[in-house]
Design a protein around this ligand. Structure first.
Ligand SMILES: Cc1cc2nc3c(=O)[nH]c(=O)nc-3n(C[C@H](O)[C@H](O)[C@H](O)COP(=O)(O)O)c2cc1C
Length: 139
């Protein structure tokens, strides 16, 4: 089964409260682990940027549950690509807190110093995720 990487961005909806992030991560780690899906989630209290990697079937499955989650909206796929190896294989779902989303890093991958994934190409979003991966310790 092919390996796939999917990168999407979304915005918190009115139904989201800041305490939900812990629950999202707990559930994501449990479910993704069962499906051999790995990845990373970045969150700046308003916007999500998430990467999922694994078999095409399982990444699609997880993405469809995420898509139907009322806690976020304006969900846009930035990249969907066949890959030959995983890049987030140590994480069923790594988490990058807001403090890692620094101005220099945002400037490197977008036109502004703010976290602005809707304005990024898929390639820039993917590269930002890789740079962020290297700033956080393994969980
Ligand atoms: C931004 C965001 C990211 C999420 N990421 C994942 C994920 O990687 N894996 C997952 O299983 N659920 C994820 N969820 C939660 C799912 O939308 C859904 O609530 C969950 O899969 C339901 O699991 P359950 O049927 O075991 O309760 C995410 C939700 C949000 C809002």
């Amino acid at each position: 089964m092919y390996l796939i990487r999917l990168v999407y961005t979304s915005s918190v909806s009115e139904q989201f409260s800041q305490g939900d992030i812990e629950n999202i991560l707990d559930v994501a780690r449990k479910n993704n682990n069962k499906l051999n899906v790995t990845g990373m989630l970045c969150f700046n209290s308003r916007l999500f940027l998430q990467c999922l990697e694994g078999s095409r079937e399982n990444v699609n499955k997880v993405y469809h549950t995420i898509l139907n989650d009322p806690r976020h909206e304006k969900i846009e796929i930035l990249e969907y690509q066949e890959i030959s190896e995983r890049e987030f294989d140590t994480w069923s779902m790594g988490y990058v807190p807001e403090s890692s989303l620094t101005k220099p890093l945002n400037l490197r991958f977008s036109g502004s110093p703010h976290f602005s994934p809707y304005e990024m190409s898929g390639d820039s979003a993917h590269r930002l995720l890789l740079a962020l991966r290297d700033t956080v310790p393994n969980i």
